[in-house]
Write a protein that binds this ligand. Sequence first.
Ligand code: FAD
Length: 769
Amino acid sequence: MNRPTRREIEQWLTQISGETRVHLVGMGGCGMTGLAHLLLDMGFEVTGSDLCENSGLRQLQNRGAVFFLGHNAKKINENRPALVVYSSAIRLDNPELARANQLDIPIVRRAILLSALASCKRVVCVAGMHGKTTTTAMLAHTLEQLGNDVGFAVGAGVPQLGRHARMPSAENSFFVLEADESDGTLREFHPEHSIVLNIDEEHLDFYENFEAVCDEFIAFGKQTSGRLIYCADDPLLPEVYANNLNSISYGFNPVADYQVEIIGPKEFIVRHHQQSIGKFRVGLFGEQNISNAVAVVAFLHSNGFAPNNISEALGKFKGVNRRQQELSCDHRYRIFDDYGHHPREIRATLAALNEQCSGRLLVAFQPHRYTRTKHLLGDFAQCFDGVDLLWITEVYAASEAPIDNINGRRLAEAISESGQPAAFAATLEILRDKIRNALRPGDTILFLGAGDITQVAHQLAKDMHMKEMTHTTELRGLLSSQSTVLENEPLGRHTTLGVGGPAEIYIEPAEEKELAVVLRYAVDKGVPVFILGRGSNLLVRDGGIRGVVISLRHESFSEIEVVDAQIHCGAGARLNHIANAARDAGLKGMEFMEGIPGCLGGALRMNAGAWGGATFEQVIQVRYMSYDGQIEERAADQMGAVYRSCPVLRDHIALGAVLQGVHAEKELVRSTMDELRKQRTESQPHYRSAGCMFKNPEGFSAGKLVDECRLKGLSEGGAKVSEQHGNFIVNDGTATAEDVISLIDTVRTKVREIRGIDLQTEVQIVGER
Ligand SMILES: Cc1cc2nc3c(=O)[nH]c(=O)nc-3n(C[C@H](O)[C@H](O)[C@H](O)COP(=O)(O)OP(=O)(O)OC[C@H]3O[C@@H](n4cnc5c(N)ncnc54)[C@H](O)[C@@H]3O)c2cc1C
């Protein structure tokens, strides 16, 4: 067989010219998909085959790769590739490999070609048994955010990177590679730097014993010319790399060069040789992900990147497909899909989910490969402790031949014998039905395994979504066509700050009766309700608001009627319209409302005020609805209004109010309003904002504190502390809610550090992360 070495392939790469065809056998696998992208980036013609199609293959086809379903020797005859590459999942008796052999076409393994393609770049390899996909993606994404032209090859889809792999365009760019140890190809890599996360008893189908696994990692360490960054918490790595002079350790271990301390659910401090280098945040949960993030921090810091910049860039990483990936999250269920197929990974994911989720934890596990199930049977039996319901499926073979008495049923029995009840689900259809029948609101469902169990996870998430969507259909059926009912309505459109994810269901009821219908439906079905005014005092998180968001924008809620010195207003009436109506009727008292961009409902709830006036000073009567649709009325002094809040309206929906004015000269009211408008225009920014972000602490002005701490102009993504008014955070048009929230955190931290004062937000932060 013509099996070129890595050096020969490197040589070949320097000689080829024109369009050269490379054929990938098993192109749909994660690693192979990435390799195909790299080849396309380099101008190769790419063909490939696999047993089934997937989204990764479709993306390659869109880029010009040719895909054949099934393995067929004829395709090799017809296409005559210059090189054939195969994945570790392909057996050597594959018909395409056999034909390439007959035709004397060179044949290489995936890792050999990958390492040859990378040979003239600044390669950073991420290796280890668990977590390398996430860490590779995290490092590549962080480098990209830091402004680098980074290349990468990751063994899974990473939505933020767009695809599995990309070739860097410049010679001196970093090229971050996930280096696989499963088939003895780790030593094919000669990286400039490497990160090693852990070492474990894995792949004993390939390696003779665990010592051989360790030898592979030792050889890999020796081949790293620059820094070797390894986890000091791993029981073996400190010993494995004890003699490596260029090594740097990281982890929770007090002797680590980069030592981490967790200070919040996703936050941590890193110390380099006992000196704190800063605070970091990672958008993933669980201790394991914090450890992975510290590896990235250690690499970047030791390569000269500034901690502040690392922190900002790292905080934006959102994760990798199938790694603790949340497929669905609503007020009833959370569904996670995870690739974990080793006891250590399973334990880490269960620990992270237990921290996150309050209800029952339901787990479905598909064992991956007979050999692994056999070698780790005892360990698997012990790693699901504390799960509320557990199902084990049949083993996913991954091209292995079955082993006698090693199967899903046997594993389920072994787990049950160890004290954790586990049921066997013979097929994925049975599994899906069992889970659906067992579900109760509040449950978290975790699908685990490297095989096709992910399909059940996606199907269940889709089914749940469909079920959720029936609320919209049912509500539409209950309401008249005058009411507006929208699904997934972006709330950035309904808030003055202009950020935030969607409302699951958004409703503008046409009248009070229809509002009552929606409220009763929501109580009946257990759907949460949120009342939106004009969105001028709200910061909606990027995950949007679950359940129903109701806005009283319909004209029937916005009426304004002046009766002698009283103004009868609907809750949807805008404050400036009320102020204008008062002015036109020659009534004073409402001038302060002129520049407040809310509606009466929001102003009542917030007891909005300005220039010494406040809503409840003018209100004499309030009409409101309870969340079960009952209408009541109360005198204003029975509403318990205090500074910037009316607690009764926390649990009730304002429908309208009667405001008391005092007869005055129209011109006098007009000139007061003109003066107030002028002062606002001069003192407040003209960008999108939610008004004053912080409450004034007793005896202080929040705006002045921000100014005195020199925080004006501070920015985070598209959010910025206004140069004009220290208490305004403005959106330049590109901000996300996350940008605004992190800027709020920074301002609060700095004011606390410098002035010892804890600022509280006046703006309400609502919705899902
Ligand atoms: C540029 C700018 C300047 C501002 N200036 C001022 C100011 O000078 N003084 C001031 O006090 N505020 C100010 N604000 C903040 C804001 O305008 C007020 O708090 C306003 O009253 C909020 O009304 P809204 O309709 O936008 O309510 P939203 O922001 O939509 O909602 C605020 C709260 O009210 C609740 N709510 C809304 N409608 C109802 C209802 N019908 N029944 C029960 N609860 C309801 C919501 O659930 C939410 O909890 C300013 C904001 C901006 C953007």
